[in-house]
Ligand binder design. Sequence first.
Ligand code: PMP
Length: 409
Amino acid sequence: MSQLEQIFTSVRNEFPALTQKVHGKNLIYLDSGATTLKPKSVIDRITHFYSFETSNVHRGAHYLGDVATQAFESARNSVAQFLNARMPEEIVFVRGTTEGVNLVAHSWAMMNLKEGDEILITVMEHHGNIVPWQMVAEKVGAKVLAADILDNGELNIEDFKKKLSSKTKMVAFTGCSNVLGTNNDMKLLTKLAHEVGAKVLIDGAQVVSQAKVDVQDIDCDFFVFSAHKVFGPFGMGVVYGKKEILDGMSPYQGGGSMIAKVTVEKTTYNDVPFRFEAGTPHIEGAVGLHAAIDFVNRIGLDKIHSYEMDLLKYATEKLSAIPDVKIFGTSENKGPILSFNIKGAHHSDVGQILDQEGVAVRAGHHCTQPLMTRLGVPGTVRASFSVYNNHQDVDALVKAVVKAREMLL
Ligand code: PMP
């Protein structure tokens, strides 16, 4: 066993979910693209918060309130460091990637876009990075364009450049496709967008768990992600925004905590990031995300990346060798995501047979219907890998796919 395999064997033992059987078989969890399992350290941290630190934040009246506030703000600091933001004020807590995009669309874009302006996305976007832009575009009379992909699933940079113009006011793209696995060159795309004066939002949902993100180096204006895809809790997410841009934005929702002063006639707003955090926040979500970031840092993103790339390579070789299997997304630079179909079989049937074998994958359109249209398929089967998977999991996947092929063709 290599040193890396030894490290990740012990990491695997930190995930209680993997000790159970499903349909009488050991659980082989290959659906981390949908959500990652949670390590014990994250579960324990949330339990500890509820057991001993439960209190509301930013109210300042008593000891426990201070403890909870400190834990919440310390989570903000940890996220700022994780993304290499300049300061914690650039980190806004939201419910997830989807709410993050909606915040920027409804607050920044609604105020700054006008009739005739354009929003450039890519054809590989998740619906969460398409629909909010369409909603704004419809209201203000702007247009949404999508850059195409190449046949190997990479972004077609020439098409991206062709669709950028002085009309482009926002460029919103995914750091990594949740279907093709394609990692986009976030720095290059940001530079190209800035050259025409557009702002940039990166959908980081599939990136943060597998590659080091440095928002200052990338120079994006906004970066959003969900905690649940990086070993953290559900209902928790982050918007990173450059401070000077956040400062100029109006609140997305009104209520407690986001105000400076309220009279019956008028309200003045709090400073960022609190201006965007109306009401009692998801405190244990932030605290759990902090524990998740500690978990990632303890292992190291470089090691995680090497390990996952090894699994992806192994799985790609094994699956490609099965007759009738077609893989979608063969870019050189991929995240640990492997989408495929068995020619002549429906993806849902394949997914069901895999499930009966204890192999959890996702089968469907993956909330990327424009991409499915581009690929000319109604859906795919998607296996996605994380720190707790190993070669035996891939072998189990391959065995189950061979069985599905025999049953369905
Ligand atoms: N973007 C991408 C690339 C995703 O994979 C997902 C989740 N599948 C989302 C956005 C939406 O994330 P959430 O549902 O956590 O808001």
